[in-house]
Structure formats: C-alpha cells, structure tokens
Design a protein around this ligand. Structure first.
Ligand code: FPP
Length: 238
C-alpha cells in the first residue's frame, strides 16, 4: 500500500500504441509488440506492489485477426513465449494467471499452455493477471447469451428469471470483480470492444504515453488520477 493513494482493486488496460511507437523509431510494428510484451511483467509486478489485486490486459482482440499474417504470427509467438516464462514469475510473485476470450480459435499448443498456466497458478492469491486473447466484449456477451439460452432450452431457467446477475455470471471470468479503473495508452479515447459489460461503472484514464513506454511510474500516475476521482455508481447524488 502507498501513501494517500486510493488503490483500485481491479485495473484493466488497453495496451495501445506499439505500432506507432515502433514506427516513430523507423522500426517494424512487430518490434513495438516485442517491447510491449516486456512491459507486461513490469506493470503487473508494480500493480502487485501497489496493492492492486487484479490486472486485465487486452492482448489480442477478435478484430486483430484482420492484421497481416506476419503481425498476427508475431503476436502469437509472443503469447507462446510469455506463457512459457510467466510460470517463473507466477511462482516468484504469488501471481495467478488467467485468460479470457474465445480460446477455441487459438492454436492447440497455445490452448494447452493456457490450460497448464491457469491450472498451475490457480493456487496463488497475490495479483491475478488476466490476459484477454481473442477477446471481444460483444463476442463475450454473445457467448454468454448463448449459455443462458441453452439453460432456458433445457428448462433450468425461465426468461423472467434472467437478471443482470445471470448475465454477469455467464461471462468469461464471473468471479473477478468489475474493473475500478480502465487505462488506455497512446492517445485514443475509445473502449474498442473491451469488457463492454464489466466497464459499466469504471473510471477511465487515457494517457498519451505509448504502451512500450508505460512503466511502474505511469501506472502510479494513473492510480493518483483515480485517487482524485469521486466515483459514482448512478445513485441519487450523481
Ligand atoms: C495495440 O497496439 C496492441 C496490440 C494489438 C497487441 C498488444 C500486445 C502486446 C503488448 C504484446 C504481447 C502481450 C503479451 C501478453 C505477451 P497497436 O500496435 O495496435 O498500436 P498502434 O495503434 O500504434 O498501431
């Protein structure tokens, strides 16, 4: 815990700007992703030191398949690499790792690595790092609606019994509280299909700093800005 800071329990981050960061240096976009991947461990560790319990990172969206085969391949290679090295990080930092998104479209070896990492780190109760891979908010909600419809078809649930809680419980990580703070790097001020349901009451923080330059100091700045916010949840005093 830090002096006078209000610590969000859950911080979600759109890691944007890898490509622009690389281009500004005359390097290929994939170089930006490689540097960006290095920030994942730094920022997660810093989050743990601040007392943040959950970090969710938007690593690959359902829309990202439309990028060049080279770029998609480079990102998948980075995920493969990260899923190998994160075990050590998890062991040393009491870190639980999870993945949300539609895993069925991922290569079998990546799915196996995810299953192994999730199972191996399930015992840890420090920071929970959730990677959103092949994730889209609309896709997550569509899959949730399908699950609920199946329950209705099987007679386990009636339409009138469906509440917001039913929907929350059908999402990819129903046990993780909604984000308190959502950060997007590199200037754009959009949600871009990230955690559409879960971000309903989150504070939003946008910074011009590109993801490869986003380190522990930048995270602290975001938490300082969050500390100054007066959070409202739609009550009468809003
Ligand atoms: C957006 O930046 C970033 C992505 C689409 C990929 C995020 C992936 C990483 C940070 C690396 C791998 C992550 C892990 C978990 C190992 P962009 O390249 O679209 O930025 P641009 O808008 O400047 O083009």
């Amino acid at each position: 815990m830090q002096d006078n800071l209000k610590i969000p329990a859950h911080v979600a981050i759109i890691m944007d700007g890898n490509g622009r960061w690389a281009k500004a240096q005359g390097k290929p976009r994939t170089f930006g992703h490689t540097e960006g991947a290095k920030r994942v461990a730094d920022v997660t560790r810093a989050a743990g030191e601040l007392g943040i319990k959950y970090v969710t990172l938007y690593a690959f969206s359902t829309e990202n398949w439309s990028r060049s085969a080279e770029e998609v391949g480079a990102l998948m290679k980075l995920f493969r690499g990260y899923l190998k090295t994160c075990i050590k990080d998890a062991d040393e930092n009491n870190m639980r790792i999870r993945v949300i998104g539609d895993k069925t479209a991922l290569d079998p070896d990546i799915r196996e690595s995810i299953a192994y990492v999730e199972e191996h780190s399930a015992k840890y109760d420090g920071v929970t790092l959730t990677l959103a891979i092949n994730y889209g908010g609309r896709d997550e909600l569509t899959r949730a609606v399908r699950k609920i419809a199946e329950s209705v078809e099987k007679g386990k649930l009636t339409a009138s019994e469906i509440t917001a809680d039913t929907i929350s419980a059908s999402l990819d990580a129903p046990d993780i509280p909604d984000p308190d703070l959502m950060i997007r790097t590199c200037g754009e001020e959009r949600i871009s299909n990230f955690l559409l349901w879960e971000l309903a009451y989150s504070e939003l923080y946008f910074t011009d700093v590109a993801w490869p330059d986003f380190g522990p100091e930048e995270l602290k700045k975001a938490v300082e800005a969050y500390t100054r916010r007066d959070r409202r949840f739609g009550g009468a005093d809003e």
